[in-house]
Design a binder for this molecule. Structure first.
Ligand code: SF4
Ligand code: SF4
Length: 283
């Protein structure tokens, strides 16, 4: 079986315990306006250009195609036209065994640091059969972590939970209408899956990206605190907005439209979480 990835990061220390290899699967069902990995959103392979050494000659644009919404899309011809070879295809199709053996080549480091593999994205549950095949291949061979936004059918989510030792679960916006507006999907299934995760006994960490004026409002923090404390969760990690989030959109000829003020000071909500008996950690 083959799946599509867009990056592999070795020696990662932020994506679970120990030193890890993080595999980024292509495609995400959400479209968060603050996403700092826009090249991970589409399930299709797509051409991207690097700004480093760009002559601004416009040859890649001259050979671009148009998306349905009218925006431009780099093509194979754009790649061939670039005099600096700055246009490349983002998205590589890999076999389960080939990928897993590459991951396991770092087994000694995993073993000595308590690390392992983390499947991230995009959202890895978007390629659930490939993900499950990789997790099955790695069963008993290394520690398996899945990083997810939790948007998947209950059946898929429970099967993935059955095949990993650790999960990094993102919660973003509790209000359904606001979640739909900022992330493109309803959050009801995300909350159901989160509840299933808590009940499952699988180790996990809840992470909240702090987006100024969107996820860091007192109302949203309080709603998150109420929701997770009601399930008995007492620890949360807060990830500050990545001020470089917009930097990759130009590589895809896309415009970054955050729809919030990226310069607004973040609110960490420590008192709110404390009030609900939750330890919050700034990452
Ligand atoms: S869930 Fe993550 S990868 Fe998907 S669009 Fe949102 S920020 Fe990007
Ligand atoms: S990426 Fe290449 S083709 Fe495009 S403007 Fe830069 S140098 Fe020219």
């Amino acid at each position: 079986m083959r799946g599509r990835i867009f990056s592999i990061e070795e020696f990662a220390t932020f994506d679970g315990p120990g030193i890890r290899t993080t595999v980024f699967l292509k495609g995400c069902p959400l479209k968060c306006t603050w996403c700092h990995n826009p090249e991970g959103q589409s399930f299709s392979a797509e051409y991207v250009r690097s700004p480093n050494g760009c002559l601004a000659c416009g040859a890649c644009i001259a050979h671009a195609a148009r998306r349905a919404d009218g925006s431009l899309l780099l093509t194979e011809a754009s790649k061939n036209a670039c005099p600096r070879e700055l246009v490349r295809l983002c998205g590589e199709d890999v076999e389960v065994g080939e990928l897993c053996e590459r991951i396991l080549s770092n087994s000694d480091i995993f073993h000595s640091t308590g690390g392992g593999v983390t499947f991230s994205g995009g959202d890895p549950l978007g390629q659930s059969e490939f993900l499950l095949a990789c997790l099955s291949y790695l069963n008993g061979k290394t520690h398996r972590t899945v990083q997810t936004c939790g948007y998947a059918s209950k059946d898929v989510f429970l099967r993935v939970l059955d095949h990993c030792e650790y999960m990094l679960f993102d919660l973003k916006i509790m209000d359904r209408a606001a979640h739909l507006a900022y992330c493109g999907v309803d959050n009801a299934i995300i909350h159901e899956n989160y509840s299933a995760l808590v009940r499952s006994g699988v180790d996990f960490v809840t992470r909240v990206p702090l987006i100024p004026g969107v996820t860091d409002t007192a109302e949203n923090m309080e709603a998150i605190a109420r929701f997770i404390s009601g399930l008995g969760v007492q620890y949360i990690e807060l990830l500050p907005y990545n001020s470089m989030a917009g930097s990759k959109y130009g590589s895809l000829l896309r415009e970054y439209k955050p729809r919030f003020d990226p310069k607004r000071k973040l609110c960490w909500g420590s008192d709110i979480f404390k009030h609900y008996g939750i330890v919050s950690k700034k990452m």
